[in-house]
Design a protein around this ligand. Structure first.
Ligand code: HEC
Ligand code: HEC
Length: 223
């Protein structure tokens, strides 16, 4: 069908840009040292890396099962003030390069934990969320999330983080941050362009739907 042609074209473009080679050399992390370095992280991200959905407040993202290269990039971005968040930045600032590699290895090895539900989402909203996540909406120029984030939105390589089974509150906050230009650390402004085409209802819909998807632990790592 027509939409899938455009969507495949979108991913082809990314491959052409060399963004999906998955081979970015990452510093070698050590899981055991990572556990020690993560001692200060558990207050928010929890001992099992699950984070927490905080409705009406600032949610803490699940780190468990995210790709190590992605985690490391985000920590370097916080440190260099390329990504901005007052709660998180002081903790990133405490880590040196080796500790960043170590905590990234530590969290990436953890089994993906379940998101804590989409809260108030009704069926119509969830259906819209599923459409955006799996098929996109060509009329609105919104490419499906899965065309970059992986077939089940479980993540693809070190560039595209897993967003299925992430907390609704966190997904929503990131999409709003991209819309407002407050988060702009993504390659080629890929997410900024998408978020700016989404209305508040679309953001609520896709956040709720993704938060209701489970990702089996053994399939959490994709490449
Ligand atoms: C006071 C609470 C708090 C503590 C402690 C904390 N974080 Fe965070 N962390 C956050 C919040 C809030 C965010 C989301 C920031 C945003 O909205 O941009 C975040 C985001 C992250 C991200 C980005 C996740 C993603 O999916 O992009 C990583 C990686 C991370 N934290 C790692 C750590 C590590 C490692 C530590 C310990 C050294 C730590 N955090 C300590 C609150 C915290
Ligand atoms: C063209 C490719 C592309 C598409 C399509 C795409 N994304 Fe992304 N997305 C990215 C990239 C790249 C990142 C990582 C940004 C970074 O490195 O900071 C990302 C990151 C995210 C994050 C942050 C995750 C985290 O852990 O912080 C969320 C939330 C997100 N995307 C949601 C979506 C949703 C919802 C859709 C569908 C409506 C979507 N994305 C479609 C490329 C894409």
């Amino acid at each position: 069908m027509m939409t899938s042609k455009y969507i495949a074209g979108g991913l082809g473009l990314l491959l052409g840009l060399g963004l999906v080679d998955g081979k970015a050399e990452a510093q070698n992390g050590d899981v055991e040292r990572g556990e020690t370095a993560a001692g200060t992280c558990v207050a928010c991200h929890q001992a099992d890396g699950s984070g927490m959905n905080v409705p009406g407040g600032e949610s803490w993202p699940r780190l468990a099962g995210l790709d190590a290269g992605y985690i490391a990039k985000q920590l370097h971005d916080f440190k260099a003030d390329r990504r901005h968040n007052a709660s998180m930045q002081p903790f990133a600032n405490m880590l040196d390069d080796q500790q960043i590699a170590d905590v990234a290895a530590y969290y990436s090895e953890m089994p993906v934990t379940a998101a804590q539900g989409g809260g108030d989402a009704d069926e119509a909203l969830l259906a819209r969320g599923e459409q955006l996540a799996l098929r996109g909406d060509w009329d609105e120029y919104i490419v499906s999330c899965k065309s970059c984030h992986g077939p089940r939105n479980e993540g693809a390589g070190d560039t595209f983080p897993g967003i299925a089974s992430q907390h609704a509150g966190y997904i929503k906050s990131q999409l709003h941050a991209w819309q407002a230009g407050e988060r702009d650390n993504d390659p080629q402004n890929l997410m900024g362009a998408i978020a700016k085409r989404m209305g508040d209802d679309d953001i609520r819909a896709v956040s709720a739907w993704l938060a209701n998807q489970s990702v089996a632990p053994e399939q959490g790592e994709s490449q």
